[in-house]
Write a protein that binds this ligand. Structure first.
Ligand code: FAD
Length: 398
């Protein structure tokens, strides 16, 4: 239900989009902000979403449009990140029902694929490393089925003959992140969310200062709740607590999108992961024939696509699945993951009434979107989020 007395107003006499109904302003229209905006509006709140790209996500710099869309809590789990694993498992469990509701609300498919993820190894060293990780994952009760080379190639006939063995994780799915964001945008609009093009320059308790397209800087919008979902750019948003801003770091990822030429059958059904000469690689097939190949992980903040990264990704992909060389290179792109100093997301009240931070989703923002929206919905209603979020409050950095 809408909060009592909630309103958006402005001290500027310029025309600004907030008029009377909103009680929530969401800053940032990537997967995090849009999922939050949709759920808040679906719960009956008036919501204004502000993003520099406005209605067009391609016009914004967002990690969401670059991502691979893996929903892979088990394949992403590593030694020493138990709290993150618990949160990611919680997210994977919730994703399907959230996605079903989303597809119904938007009338669109998000391209969810539930075939599972196959991690493969090429030499003795890779296989030993994969086995060590699998033993660790099984010790936590996670699903990971060891396959020999023949079983791997039975599942994926286009794998290289040199495949030594692998591990199948049936519960690690994928979604087409771009279709997913489109569905979120449509569902949000249908639920009454208004999206405006603008860049917020400062946030405070219940208030944002925003540079709106075509208007002078400094319009001031107020609402009962302000939610900051600005991804890696959170580090440069004035008004947020310094320790939170300093904890956010950009982690560049370069990634390729390939397409099958007419007449060539899909080269993969499962998401496939591999380590090739020490470099992590994944190949994620889409329902519409796209194959996503990623990704680099670089402590940089530019979005340049480099010849070296494209070369390495293609070379490694062809090593894993030689038939990739027959595919069309449709796109090479780069984005900035919203990393943090401890690799965990940041979600919770930011020390001021009405200001909520939802950022730092790093490598798992698509996976975490549903439970992030649930958690913020709970906070807006004055309730604590699910216990899996407890280790990830903004206060841990202060
Ligand atoms: C190569 C790559 C592969 C990835 N693969 C996966 C994957 O397989 N699975 C997975 O779960 N995750 C993956 N991720 C991570 C995932 O993309 C991110 O965690 C997620 O997209 C973060 O979403 P977000 O909405 O928080 O941030 P973003 O998508 O970055 O969106 C932030 C938005 O805020 C806007 N903004 C910034 N500053 C302001 C401001 N001042 N005012 C208004 N708006 C502002 C930006 O324009 C942007 O639109 C990948 C990322 C990369 C780069």
């Amino acid at each position: 239900m809408p909060a009592k007395g909630a309103q958006v107003g402005t001290t500027s006499r310029k025309t600004v989009p907030g008029t009377a109904a909103e009680d929530v302003i969401v800053v940032g229209g990537g997967v995090t902000g849009t999922a939050i905006a949709w759920r808040a509006a679906a719960a009956g709140r008036g919501v204004l979403l502000i993003d520099p790209g406005g209605d067009d996500p391609r016009a914004a710099d967002m990690a969401t449009m670059v991502a691979a869309g893996m929903l892979a809590p088990v394949s992403e789990s590593v030694f020493g990140e138990q709290h993150l694993l618990t949160l990611n498992l919680h997210a994977a469990e919730r994703f399907e029902s959230f996605n079903q509701e989303l597809e119904a609300a938007a009338g669109l498919s998000t391209g969810l694929r539930a075939e599972g993820t196959l991690a493969v190894a090429y030499d003795h060293g890779d296989l030993t490393a994969l086995d060590r990780l699998t033993t660790f994952r099984r010790s936590l009760g996670l699903d990971a089925e060891r396959l020999d080379a023949r079983e791997c190639r039975r599942l994926e006939p286009f794998l290289a003959p040199s495949t030594r063995g692998g591990v199948l994780t049936r519960g690690d799915h994928s979604v087409d992140n771009r279709r997913y964001l489109t569905a979120l945008r449509v569902a949000a609009a249908r639920a009454g969310v208004r999206i405006v093009a603008g860049r917020v320059t400062r946030v405070a308790d219940g208030e944002v200062r925003v540079a709106l397209a075509g208007q002078p800087d400094g319009a001031r919008l107020t609402a009962r709740h302000v939610i900051v979902a600005t991804g890696q750019a959170t580090r440069s948003l004035d008004g947020l607590p310094g320790p939170v801003r300093r904890a956010v770091r950009p982690v560049k990822g370069q990634i390729l999108r390939l397409r099958h030429p007419a007449g060539i059958p899909p080269v993969l059904r499962h998401s496939v992961r591999a380590v090739v000469q020490g470099r992590d690689l994944y190949l994620v097939p889409r329902q519409d024939g796209e194959l996503v190949v990623g990704a680099t992980q670089e402590e940089r903040e530019d979005r340049d696509v480099t010849a070296g990264a494209v070369h390495e990704l293609l070379r490694d992909a062809v090593t894993v699945v030689p038939a990739v060389s027959e595919l069309i290179l449709a796109e090479a792109s780069a984005g900035l993951r919203p990393g943090t100093s401890d690799n965990g997301p940041i979600l919770g009240l930011a020390g001021q009434d009405g200001l909520i931070i939802a950022t730092g989703h790093f490598r798992n923002g698509i996976l975490l979107s549903a439970v992030t929206a649930d958690a913020v919905t709970a906070l807006l209603g004055g309730h604590p989020p699910d216990a899996a979020w407890a280790p990830f409050t903004p206060a841990r950095f202060s």
